[in-house]
Design a protein around this ligand. Structure first.
Ligand SMILES: Cc1cc2nc3c(=O)[nH]c(=O)nc-3n(C[C@H](O)[C@H](O)[C@H](O)COP(=O)(O)O)c2cc1C
Length: 358
């Protein structure tokens, strides 16, 4: 079989799934900026595969796909092969997704405590049974998202990627950390490279990319077929456009206040299409924190946002803020105003939130 992880193949840059964050509305914006593909947030196979009643509207939103989304995989999480297979069948029947993705990377305590997500990396036989069941249940391409292993003493990714290849999986996305590392610490590029060099199916390298320059360096160092980008896209959904510009040898555009404000208003309007307006606007606070960071006075805007609960008020507030910046001729990002927020802050906040509802 011809190798797919080679430099001659046009590399792809995908949006990595992030539970509660990469909903269809956010993904759609990333696709507008040139993302080559994406994956839904994880779908609990035990709940979905066995559901007799219609699912709640909140859950149904996870299954939304916008017309501009392409190469979109629906992600399943679970360790019961029968429930995973049934869920895969149901997802295929929706006729909405281009592939099924299996989650073997989620490190959350409650997830791994029930043998799901990254816990499958400690039980490779069970993991292989899940992969086989899903492969046998759908005619859609099947993908796998995994980490290097449970911990440094249990690096099972080489075995699982081999299984994926022998089962005819379409691709794998490999987060270059173990479950023990959660979202912290160095990503092991050489371990990713060794797997890319050994397998014939495309591997998307994942973990720790902060900007377009990083993404291209990560691609070169790992010999991967592409890169999956998570937290960096939350702060810079335009990262996909930046990567394309850099690849053509062009400079990366500076994203000034008007583009950021228009993006946030659009995201809010799309999000309001799926949830009660006050809930959607409340969710916009964290996106505002990430996307306005570095503009003069953005911290005051975030405080003011705490009192905003309608889309009209949200739009009026951001447009008023933009008018002020325009009057002052101050539309650029000021690096010294950027918070000392790291990508890890994103995962820790979210981990606390997830711990509450799992
Ligand atoms: C808040 C949050 C939620 C996540 N949810 C999922 C998920 O539902 N499914 C999944 O496979 N990975 C999930 N991940 C992992 C990311 O897809 C990605 O592997 C990880 O963040 C490392 O990539 P990054 O450094 O580019 O963010 C999540 C990560 C974060 C921070």
């Amino acid at each position: 079989m011809e190798k797919d992880n080679n430099p001659a193949r046009t590399p792809e840059f995908l949006l990595a799934p992030m539970d509660g964050l990469t909903r269809a509305s956010f993904r759609s914006i990333c696709f507008d900026y040139g993302a080559d593909g994406a994956t839904t947030e994880m779908i609990q196979s035990l709940a979905y595969g066995r559901a007799k009643k219609p699912m709640s509207p909140t859950f149904m939103e996870v299954l939304v796909r916008y017309p501009n989304e392409h190469n979109l995989a629906a992600q399943l999480i679970g360790s019961d092969p029968a429930a995973m297979a049934e869920s895969a069948r149901r997802l295929e029947a929706l006729g909405r997704f281009d592939a099924i993705d299996i989650n073997m990377g989620c490190p959350a305590r409650k997830v791994v405590g029930s043998g799901n997500g990254a816990a499958l990396m400690k039980t490779p036989d069970r993991a292989a049974a899940v992969m086989e069941a899903v492969r046998g249940a759908t005619t859609l391409p099947v993908r796998l998202k995994l980490r290097l292993g449970w911990d440094a003493a249990h690096i099972t990714a080489p075995f699982l990627v081999e299984q994926a290849e022998s089962l005819g999986f379409e691709s794998v996305t490999l987060h270059g950390r173990t479950r023990e590392q959660m979202y912290l610490g160095p990503v092991d590029t050489s371990a990713i490279r060794a797997i890319c060099d050994a397998t014939h199916i495309p591997v998307y390298a994942n973990g720790g990319v902060t900007c377009a320059v990083d993404a291209l360096a990560f691609l070169r160092e790992t010999h991967a077929a592409g890169v999956a980008i998570g937290r960096a896209a939350l702060k810079s959904p335009w990262i996909f456009e930046d990567i394309a510009a850099l690849s053509r040898g062009e400079a990366v555009a500076q994203r000034r206040a008007p583009e950021r404000v228009v993006l946030l208003i659009r995201l809010a309007a799309l999000t309001c299409g799926h949830r009660p307006e006050n809930v959607a606007i409340c969710e916009m606070r964290r996106f505002c924190g990430w996307i306005l960071a570095g503009l003069t006075g953005y911290d005051a805007v975030l405080v003011e946002l705490n009192h905003v609960i309608t889309l009209d008020a949200f739009r009026a507030m951001l447009e008023g803020y933009l008018d002020d910046l325009e009057r002052q001729g101050d539309l650029e990002i000021h690096p010294e105003l950027l918070p000392k927020m790291t990508l890890d802050t994103v995962s820790h906040r979210q981990a606390r939130r997830m711990a509450k509802w799992m």
